[in-house]
Design a binder for this molecule. Structure first.
Ligand SMILES: [Zn+2]
Length: 111
């Protein structure tokens, strides 16, 4: 697929830069807070602490870690419908996190 350096740069750009872009596009008036809320959804990676080893480059986090399952995704989708832009930013951040991790799994050939 692609080399590990490019894959890693792409992965962390999607985790940290794309949320700023989304926040600016969708919540321009509050883009700073929206960026922080979206980047803050990285906290769902806390579920990696339940796994042994905590990080395995040959394991896809999607469907493995509890906060990276379809069930968690459904909860994130439900959060989207809470009538508050802050919850929408959090939901979008969580769902985009799952997409970002999915892309990483695909590029790493671990799906
Ligand atoms: Zn993750």
């Amino acid at each position: 697929m692609i080399d590990d350096v490019t894959r890693t740069i792409l992965h962390y750009s999607l985790h940290f830069l794309a949320p700023v872009l989304f926040a600016y596009l969708f919540w321009r008036k509050n883009w700073r807070l929206a960026s922080l809320l979206m980047i803050g959804t990285m906290v769902i990676d806390v579920d990696h602490l339940l796994a042994t080893p905590i990080f395995d480059p040959n394991r896809c986090s999607i469907g493995f870690h509890p906060l990276h399952t379809i069930w968690a995704g459904i909860v994130y989708l439900i959060i989207w419908f809470i009538p508050s832009w802050k919850f929408k930013a959090i939901a979008a951040g969580c769902l985009f996190h799952l997409l970002t991790d999915s892309i990483d799994c695909y590029l790493g050939g671990v799906i």
